[in-house]
Design a protein around this ligand. Structure first.
Ligand code: V47
Length: 436
């Protein structure tokens, strides 16, 4: 029964006893004006898992190409592949040339990086202490499957201990279709793992709902295939993440439905598979430049609510990440007391979303800034690797608890990452320089 004095009391007792919340309870959390109790409840789950620890990592995102066969309405990243004979575009140049010379974007903003460039970027990050590269791109119509296995093996050979977190479920399905002969999901994942892929990010999930699918990303494979890829990965012992893109054409009920599907999948993976979801990453929709740019996108309270409700609904998934690129560093920081325990990492460059007026893909937070955000939120910063193991740094080396190897690194930022770069906006936040 719902108490007049404390309308969330029944939900509180379920949260305290670790009982999964129902669809209706999730919806009541969305409808409640009591944002403070929502944060308090989400923090019960957060602290049960992690105490006051808050995680970040030293990573580098690499978006290898924005050419894509899909036309998702929420996406401002994709560019159509140039037609044969067209003078615009750099298509094909990088993939085959194997050169490390940077390729300029074409007139319409299309680009693709060569294998040599990708390995170079990964190596540069590795030399400067990164433990992870996060690699995703559009569904490129021309690159062969061997490009992606070569990409993984090239990075593994150049950077033996760099974790390669790569390819969304949608890319994996694309690879099954472009491989000659065609391959199953299991075969694609097995070959990528043999080439060096360590885990998979959670992208491409959007909202698991047919209505939303038809309205916002009709031509993209839907939830059945997304779950099939993640199920197969978990069976093979490959850990993955799971995203939810919110704040576009979906309703709160559709978000709750999405989170419950993730929870149900996780129940099964924890029960019967070798791996599972490491974290849920709720992605705040950024309308700028997309076919849905007339929509306002979520504001601060919608972000905070959704992060907290993700924590509460997915009580069997260990981590909730506020990806600061989407929610902003300030909101991600506040969310550390609303159920979130992870704010992703240094990132450095991010091409998939850009906010209006910020015409650069250089989006970076320093370790100093990441840890200050965490400490100011009264949390304990913990540097983690992709699999949430603690990273230790001492005397110019980093290592991971339980592993015998250590990796040398140079703590000075790579040349060109300074605020003097063309197009980089440097802001003063609390007296500290932050690049955006
Ligand atoms: O799949 C596309 C989303 C995703 C927009 O697993 C947009 O640790 C907001 O999955 N506004 C790719 N989001 C990013 C992603 C991710 C990011 C950080 C960490 C992890 C992880 C995964 O970005 C896409 C899509 O859902 N996206 N366009 C947009 N306009």
């Amino acid at each position: 029964m719902i108490s007049q004095a404390d309308p969330l009391a029944d939900i509180r007792s379920k949260v305290e006893s670790g009982t999964p919340l129902t669809r209706d309870e999730g919806l009541r959390l969305y409808e409640s004006p009591d944002i403070h109790t929502l944060g308090e409840l989400a923090n019960i789950v957060r602290e049960r898992f992690h105490g006051r620890n808050a995680y970040y990592n030293i990573n580098r995102h690499i978006n290898y190409s924005n050419y894509c066969v899909l036309r998702c309405k929420f996406c401002s990243f994709y560019r159509p592949y140039p037609k044969a004979g067209s003078s615009s575009g750099t298509a094909g140049a990088g993939a085959s040339a194997g050169t490390a010379t940077p390729i300029e974007p074409s007139g319409d903003g299309g680009y693709e990086l060569s294998l040599a460039e990708i390995v170079h970027l990964a190596h540069e990050a590795y030399e400067h202490g990164a433990t992870e590269v996060h690699i995703v791109g559009g569904l490129h119509p021309k690159l062969p499957f061997s490009f992606y296995t070569d990409l993984c093996s090239g990075i593994r050979d150049a950077c033996p201990h760099l974790h390669i977190k790569a390819f969304t479920a949608i890319e994996i399905i694309h690879f099954t279709r472009i491989a000659q002969p065609r391959l199953s999901i299991r075969e694609v994942l097995t070959r990528l793992r043999e080439a060096g892929m360590g885990s998979m990010p959670g992208g491409g999930a959007e909202i698991f709902d047919d209505r939303v699918h038809d309205e916002a990303f009709k031509t993209k494979v839907g939830e059945v295939e997304w779950f099939e890829v993640h199920r197969t990965a978990h069976e093979l012992g490959i850990f993955t993440n799971a995203t939810m893109l919110y704040g576009h054409v979906e309703s709160p009920a559709e978000r709750i439905g999405h989170l419950i599907k993730l929870r149900e999948h996780q129940d099964e993976s924890l029960r019967s598979r070798e791996a599972s979801f490491n974290c849920v990453v709720p992605l705040s929709f950024i309308p700028d430049g997309s076919a849905l740019s007339h929509l306002p996108g979520p504001d601060g309270l919608a972000d905070l609510r959704t992060l907290a409700i993700s924590r509460l609904m997915c009580s069997n998934i260990a981590h909730i990440k506020a990806f600061w690129i989407m929610q902003t560093p300030k909101l991600a920081q506040i969310a550390l007391n609303w159920g979130v325990d992870d704010i992703d990492g240094t990132v450095i460059y991010y091409d998939i979303t850009k906010r209006k007026g910020e015409g650069t893909t250089h989006q970076e937070l320093t370790v100093d800034r990441l840890t200050r955000l965490i400490v100011e939120a009264r949390c304990q910063p913990v540097e983690r690797d992709t699999l949430y193991r603690r990273v230790h740094r001492a005397d110019g080396f980093w290592s991971i608890e339980g592993q015998e190897w250590k990796v040398p690194f140079d703590a000075t930022p790579p040349a060109g990452n300074g605020s003097g770069d063309k197009g980089i906006v440097t802001l003063q936040v609390d007296g500290t320089e932050v690049t955006h």
